[in-house]
Design a protein around this ligand. Structure first.
Ligand code: GLC
Length: 741
C-alpha cells in the first residue's frame, strides 16, 4: 500500500494540493444549490473532494417529505435501546434516501429544567439513560451509512437567551451530569461529528472553548471526527480556530440561506451584492428576533474572510486549518464518500411508519388509571375534546420539524378504531393552538410576518367549554386531548396554554369517565389530576399519533412507557427554581443545584413528586422475585431479577437498578440509575433479567484528583419499577477504593 493509499495518507495528499482559498472553502458552509441540505460543504472537483450535505434532525429528515418519528423524549420513555437502534437505522436510511450525508442528531443534552423549549428533542434528566439512548441511536444511524452528530455540546439546557447565556457549572457536575452522553457518543459509538452549542460554559462560547473542544473532547476522549458549529453560532475566527472548531455552519447569512426565514429575506437575498443586505435583513427581522438570537445571523462566516486574514496575519497557522479539514475528510472517507460506497437508503419505506408507531406506543406512559382504561370495545359514545384533537401532534417548532409522509390525528385514530356502533363526537372546547406547521416560521422559530395576507385563521364558530362539557356529559367516556406548543429558540410554560386546564376541569365535572391524553414536550402542571380517571402521556407521537393514541386507549398495546423526567407537584419543587439558576441573571445561569438534577434532587430533598422518574403503569401486573446481586470485591455488580407477568394481558416491564453509596465521602444523590432492562412478557410468563452495573456507574468524579473514583465501602442497589417504587434492595461492598480509567 503506497503512502497515498492509506486513509490518512490519502487525505494528507489531497490537502497538500489545496490552495489557501480552497482550504478556507472547506471549513465553512455555503448555500446548497439543491436547496435541500440544512448545511452544505461544496465539492472541490479539482482535487476530487465530494460535497458534504448535513440535514436535521432527531425526529426525521428535514429536507424532504419523510417519516415523522416520535419525539426523542418519547423514545427515551420506552427505555429500550434495541428499539432505539431500530428507529436509528430507519432514520439513517432516510437520511441516505434523501441523498444527505450527515444527520444533525441526536440531541444529547440533559433536561435540566422542565421549561426547556427543546425537551422534546432530548432524552432525559438522567445521564445514564441519555447515554444509553445516544449510543444506540448513533451506532444505528451510522450503521445505515449516515454520519451522526452529537449535539449540542455542551450544557445547552435552555432556549431562553441561548446565544448569550453562560452555564456556570462546576467540574464535577459537568463530568457527572452534562458530559456523559457526549463522552459515550465518542468513546462507545465513535460518533462522526459533534455540534458545538450556542451558549457559553463558564464564560466561554462553546465554539471557542479550548478545554471542552480540544483538551477534553479531542485529547482526553480521543474524538477523531469533526466539530461543527451550531448555525450562526461562531463569532470569533481566531478564538474558534484555536479552540477546536473545525467547521462553521451554515456559512452564509440567513437571508442567503436556502431555507430563508421569510419572503422578505428572500427578496433581500436577491438584491444586488452592493446592497447592504445584512443590515436590511436585520432591520426586517429585528422586531421578531427571540431574546437570544444568533449572534451573526446576518453576516457571512467568520471562517471565510476573517479566518483568511488571521492566517495571512500569522494569528492562525495554516497547519491548524489542515487539521480541521483532515477531520472532516477522514469522516467522509470513513463513510465511503470518496469511493462512492454510500448506501442508497430510502425515504418512503412503509416499515419506517411501523417503527414510528411502535416507538410512540412503547414511549406512551400511563400515568394514572382508575380502571377506565383500556376502553370497552362496546362503548355507545365517546366525546373527543381538545383544541387540536383533530390534528396529529407531529412534533415541536424549529429545526426538528418534519414534513410527514402521512399523519393521523387522535380524533381520526379513535374514529378509525371504533365500529359503527360507537358514536364519536368532537368539540374543541378552547381556541385551537397554533402548530409549527401552521406558519412558515422557519427553523429559527421566528418569521418576519408577510404583509397583509396574514388573515386570521380559525373556526367559523367560537369553540366553547360549555359545548365541550355538554358533549362530555352525554357520552360514556370523555377523552380530552391536551397539548403544549414547545419550540426551539423559546422556553415553554409548564401550564397548558389556551385555558385547557379549565376545559379539563369542566369536562371532569360532568363526564361519567374522563381520560386525559397529553401531547406535551415534557412535564406540565396537572391541577386536574385528582379529578380525572386516567392520564396518558404520549409526548409528541409523530405522524402515527392517532393510531398510537387509539391502540393504547383500547388496549391493543400495553402502555409500556416509563417517565424519563420527573413531573413535580409544584413548579418550585424542581431543582433549578431560582432566577439565578434559571433562566439566569445577566446572562449567567448558576448550575448551583450541582449533581442534584431531576430525581436526584427530589430524593435528596425528600420531595414527593406528582409522578416520579421511571414511573409508568401497565394494563397488566408484574411481580419481582428472586432478586440477587453478585459483586465479588466490587465495584462492578450483576443484578438478577425474576419478573413474572401475573396479569391476564401481555405487557412490558422496565426493570430499573439504582445505586447509592451508604456513607459517601462527598455529597452524593441517594440513588442514581445504574442499569435498566425492558422486557415483554405474555400473561403468566416469567423471565430472569440480568442488569450489569459497571464501575463507572458506581464512581463519582473527584474534582481534586481529576479522576473518576470509587470509594471503598458499602453501596445499596435498589431494584424498582420506578425511582420511587423500589421492590428490593441489596448491599454490595467495595473492598478497595479504585480510580476508574
Ligand atoms: C439550529 C439548532 C440545531 C440545528 C441547526 C441546523 O439552530 O440549534 O439543533 O441542527 O440549527 O438547523
Amino acid at each position: 500500500m503506497t503512502e497515498t493509499d492509506s486513509p490518512d495518507g490519502r487525505i494528507a495528499s489531497l490537502i497538500e494540493k489545496l490552495t489557501l482559498q480552497e482550504k478556507i472553502d472547506l471549513v465553512h458552509g455555503d448555500r446548497d444549490p439543491a436547496e435541500l441540505a440544512t448545511g452544505y460543504l461544496p465539492a472541490n472537483d479539482r482535487v476530487g473532494i465530494p460535497s458534504l450535505s448535513l440535514v436535521d434532525g432527531p425526529m426525521g429528515v428535514r429536507a424532504v417529505t419523510a417519516t415523522a418519528f416520535p419525539a426523542s423524549i418519547a423514545l427515551a420513555a420506552a427505555w429500550d435501546t434495541d428499539l432505539a437502534r431500530e428507529q436509528g437505522e430507519a432514520l439513517g436510511t432516510e437520511v441516505r434516501g434523501a441523498d444527505q450525508d450527515v444527520l444533525l442528531a441526536p440531541g444529547c443534552n440533559i433536561i435540566r429544567v422542565p421549561e426547556c423549549g427543546r425537551a422534546f428533542e432530548y432524552y432525559s434528566e438522567d445521564p445514564h439513560l441519555s447515554s444509553r439512548l445516544a449510543v444506540a441511536t448513533i451506532e444505528s444511524v451510522q450503521s445505515a451509512g449516515a454520519m451522526a452528530t452529537a449535539k449540542h455540546y455542551v450544557a445547552n439546557n435552555q432556549e431562553r437567551q441561548r446565544h448569550a447565556v453562560s452555564a456556570e457549572i462546576d467540574e464535577r457536575t459537568l463530568r457527572e451530569i452534562y458530559l456523559p452522553a457526549f463522552e459515550a457518543a465518542v468513546k462507545e459509538a465513535d460518533v462522526a461529528s459533534v455540534m458545538a452549542s450556542y451558549n457559553r460554559i463558564n464564560g466561554t462560547y462553546a465554539t471557542e472553548h479550548e478545554r471542552l473542544l480540544t483538551d477534553i473532547l479531542k485529547d482526553e476522549w480521543g474524538f477523531d471526527g469533526f466539530v461543527v458549529s451550531d448555525w450562526w453560532a461562531t463569532t470569533d475566527a481566531v478564538a474558534a480556530a484555536h479552540g477546536g472548531l473545525d467547521l462553521d455552519m451554515p456559512g452564509v447569512p440567513v437571508h442567503e440561506w436556502q431555507e430563508s426565514e421569510s419572503r422578505i429575506h428572500e427578496a433581500i437575498g436577491a438584491l444586488p451584492d452592493a446592497a447592504p443586505k445584512g443590515t436590511l435583513a436585520e432591520l426586517a427581522a429585528k422586531p421578531w428576533l427571540p431574546d437570544g438570537a444568533n449572534p451573526n445571523l446576518f453576516e457571512g462566516s467568520v471562517f471565510e474572510d476573517p479566518l483568511r486574514e488571521a492566517i495571512e496575519g500569522g494569528k492562525v497557522p495554516e497547519t491548524a486549518i489542515d487539521e480541521k479539514i483532515a477531520r472532516t475528510l477522514s469522516q467522509m472517507d470513513r463513510f465511503g464518500m470518496f469511493d462512492d460506497e454510500q448506501p442508497a437508503g430510502s425515504v418512503n419505506d412503509p416499515a419506517h411508519e411501523t417503527i414510528a408507531r411502535r416507538v410512540a406506543q412503547r414511549g406512551t406512559v400511563l400515568l394514572q388509571n382508575d380502571g377506565v382504561l383500556p376502553l370497552d370495545e362496546d362503548l355507545d359514545s365517546i366525546a373527543v375534546l381538545g383544541p387540536n384533537a383533530e390534528t396529529a401532534k407531529i412534533g415541536g417548532g424549529g429545526s426538528s420539524e418534519v414534513d410527514p409522509t402521512a399523519a393521523i390525528s387522535p380524533l381520526d385514530g379513535i374514529r378509525e378504531r371504533t365500529d359503527s356502533g360507537t358514536t364519536v363526537t368532537f368539540e374543541r372546547g378552547v381556541e385551537r393552538i397554533e402548530e409549527p406547521h401552521d406558519e412558515d416560521d422557519g427553523a429559527l422559530g421566528f418569521s418576519v410576518p408577510d404583509a397583509i395576507d396574514d388573515a386570521l385563521s380559525g373556526d367559523d364558530e367560537e369553540p366553547s367549554i360549555d359545548a365541550a362539557a355538554r358533549a362530555a356529559g352525554s357520552a360514556d367516556v370523555a377523552v380530552v386531548v391536551v397539548q403544549d406548543n414547545a419550540s426551539e429558540s423559546e422556553d415553554r410554560s409548564l401550564w397548558l396554554p389556551n385555558e385547557q386546564d379549565r376545559l379539563v376541569a369542566a369536562v371532569a365535572d360532568v363526564a361519567e369517565k374522563t381520560v386525559v391524553v397529553c401531547n406535551t414536550a415534557g412535564p406540565v402542571r396537572m391541577p386536574w389530576a385528582g379529578a380525572v380517571d386516567a392520564i396518558v402521556e404520549t409526548w409528541y407521537p409523530g405522524q402515527e399519533d392517532g393510531h398510537v393514541t387509539a391502540s393504547v386507549l383500547f388496549g391493543d398495546v400495553d402502555p409500556s412507557g416509563r417517565l424519563p423526567v420527573t413531573f413535580a407537584r409544584r413548579t418550585d419543587h424542581y431543582p433549578a427554581s431560582t432566577e439565578a439558576q434559571y433562566p439566569g441573571i445577566d446572562f449567567e445561569a448558576e448550575y448551583s443545584e450541582g449533581v442534584f438534577v431531576g430525581y436526584r434532587h427530589f430524593d435528596n430533598a425528600d420531595i414527593e413528586p406528582l409522578f416520579p422518574f421511571g414511573h409508568g403503569l401497565s394494563y397488566t401486573d408484574f411481580e419481582y422475585t428472586d432478586v440477587s446481586v453478585e459483586s465479588g470485591d466490587g465495584p462492578e455488580a450483576s443484578v438478577q431479577v425474576t419478573v413474572e407477568n401475573v396479569g391476564d394481558r401481555d405487557g412490558y416491564e422496565v426493570v430499573q437498578a439504582y445505586l447509592g453509596q451508604d456513607d459517601p465521602s462527598v455529597e452524593r444523590p441517594p440513588k442514581e440509575l445504574a442499569a435498566f432492562e425492558s422486557v415483554e412478557l405474555a400473561a403468566g410468563e416469567e423471565t430472569t433479567v440480568t442488569l450489569d452495573i459497571d464501575q463507572r456507574d458506581v464512581a463519582y468524579y473527584d474534582e481534586d484528583g481529576a479522576a473518576w473514583t470509587v470509594d471503598d465501602g458499602e453501596y445499596t442497589v435498589s431494584i424498582g419499577r420506578s425511582s420511587r417504587n423500589i421492590v428490593a434492595t441489596e448491599t454490595i461492598t467495595v473492598a478497595d477504593s479504585t480510580i476508574v480509567e
